[in-house]
Design a binder for this molecule. Structure first.
Ligand SMILES: [Zn+2]
Length: 461
């Protein structure tokens, strides 16, 4: 029932449930009653009957992900299939925002129907969990500074609510390579599908490190009844944590129980993470004190198999690895659909610094400040990684935080001061927000401050 990290010979997934392993204690499906799910020819009358069955638990169908090593390391990185190098550059500072498309697939009997509101509830849960929002089940976790939103633009640039709907019995049964028809550019969108998920609560075909990125089959699949808040599957799998768990895989994380009590270097064995204790087997339910490898098992981790309400955290090192995965393996994902420029003001400050076009990675940032209407003839452009709002007297407000990292400091002279800056074509700029304000001098009174503009860098639209 445990899936080895490497050496899985089979490509893709195999989700056949062994016949004859189901408990016989549950109520059988009555004549005329439609089963809620049929797995390997076996009907189940209720979701509870299914998820409490040996067929479900022994086959490891809390998550059907099969993580298959690539033939060779395609890309050496700090977060490969075999190693994690924790580095400060992957700490959660810049905010990544990932566009999501949810492909809702139902069958001709109407199974699989999910409302727009239920889809949105799942996005909300992802954000509560990944941002460790106070007052939510995920409050005790690490704020990964990774967010999700339903796409507002489809791959052709048309407006969308980020949800597609299909009725297809084969696809509902997780067959027929539906992704070749439905997938949106997997480099730029997180593609989530809801259907019967081959009897699992959810799965990904592989980690991004396994070489799947950019192919149509790159996806997260979730059992329709377990999607969103209070879905029809009911407790204990109705709080949306199946999707949180699978998106953890999608961002490069393995199960906390991978490799069992692996021992050795925790960055190269097991889940490749050191701040999740080893555990010898997955957790079901929500045990208060489970010890399997000499230390407490990480039963509250999203990457275990625990009940939805039991899961409440990613660790700092899991966060580091997920952000490394975004920057190394899914470089375009958090930068779609391009960069966004937002102005923010400071009340009585002078003319506003602005950029006529949104800057993007590999392009140019053109910043202009008009000083001609003021008694100044020079400007100094201040670019910092954090905003501020500090009244420094004389009607001036400092809108960038000079204690944060200074990215640029440039001087230009003349009634119109302009800077044309190339933005390096490196993924680490993805999602970085730059806070910019100009300092004016060369006139009376002695100096002035402009209003500010912030730029969040993405790839070209
Ligand atoms: Zn899993």
């Amino acid at each position: 029932m445990l899936f080895p990290r490497t050496g899985m010979a089979s490509a893709g997934i195999s989700l056949m449930v062994l016949a004859g392993t189901s408990t016989a204690s549950a109520q059988p499906v009555q004549p005329g009653q439609e089963p809620v799910i049929t797995v390997n020819g076996q009907d189940f009358a209720t979701w509870q009957e299914y998820t409490s069955s040996a067929a479900f638990q022994d086959a490891g169908l809390r998550c059907g992900s099969r993580l298959t090593a690539p033939r060779a390391e395609i890309l050496q990185s700090d977060c490969s299939f075999t190693i994690t190098n924790i580095k400060p550059e992957y700490d959660p500072i810049a905010l990544y925002q990932i566009p999501v498309v949810v492909h809702v697939i139902e069958n001709t009997s109407g199974q699989g129907q999910i409302s727009d509101a239920l889809v949105q509830s799942q996005i909300d849960i992802l954000n509560e969990d990944f941002r460790a929002m106070p007052g939510t089940n995920g409050a005790n976790g690490t704020d990964t500074m990774i967010e999700f939103y339903l796409a507002t633009e489809d791959p052709n640039g048309n407006p969308t609510n980020g949800i597609t709907r299909s009725v297809n019995n084969t696809w509902f049964n997780d067959g027929g390579s539906y992704w070749n028809t439905l997938a949106w550019d997997t480099n730029r969108y997180l593609n989530i599908y809801t259907n019967s998920a081959s009897g699992a609560l959810g799965y990904v075909p592989n980690l991004p490190q396994g070489g799947i990125v950019g192919s149509n089959s790159d996806r997260v699949v979730v059992l329709w009844s377990s999607f969103g808040l209070n879905g029809p599957i009911g407790p204990p799998f109705d709080k949306g944590r199946t999707t949180t768990h699978e998106v953890g895989h999608y961002l490069g994380l393995d199960h906390t129980f991978s490799g069992g009590c692996a021992g050795g270097n925790c960055y190269t064995t097991g889940d490749l993470i050191c701040d999740t204790n080893d555990e010898s087997f997955p957790t079901f339910g929500c045990p208060g004190n489970k010890v399997s490898c000499g230390n407490s098992d990480p039963v509250d981790n999203y990457m275990d198999y625990s009940d939805d309400l039991c899961m409440e955290m990613f660790t700092p090192e899991q966060t580091n690895r997920m952000r490394c995965t975004l920057e190394s393996w899914r470089t375009e994902l958090a930068c779609s659909p391009g960069s966004i420029a937002t102005r923010f003001g400071g009340g009585s400050n002078y003319d506003t610094v602005y950029s006529a076009v949104n800057p993007y990675i590999g392009g140019n940032l053109t910043a202009t400040v008009n000083v001609g209407l003021t008694p100044y003839n020079n400007a100094l452009l201040l670019c910092y990684l954090a905003p501020a709002s500090l009244d420094i007297g004389l009607g001036r407000t400092l809108l960038v935080d000079p204690s944060s990292l200074r990215v640029l400091q440039l001087i230009a002279a003349g009634p119109v001061a302009q800077w044309n800056l190339p933005v390096p074509n490196i993924p680490v700029f993805c999602g970085v927000t730059l806070y910019t304000q100009a300092y004016l001098f060369g006139g009376q009174p002695n100096y002035g401050l402009t209003n500010a503009q912030d730029w969040t860098f993405g790839y070209a639209p």
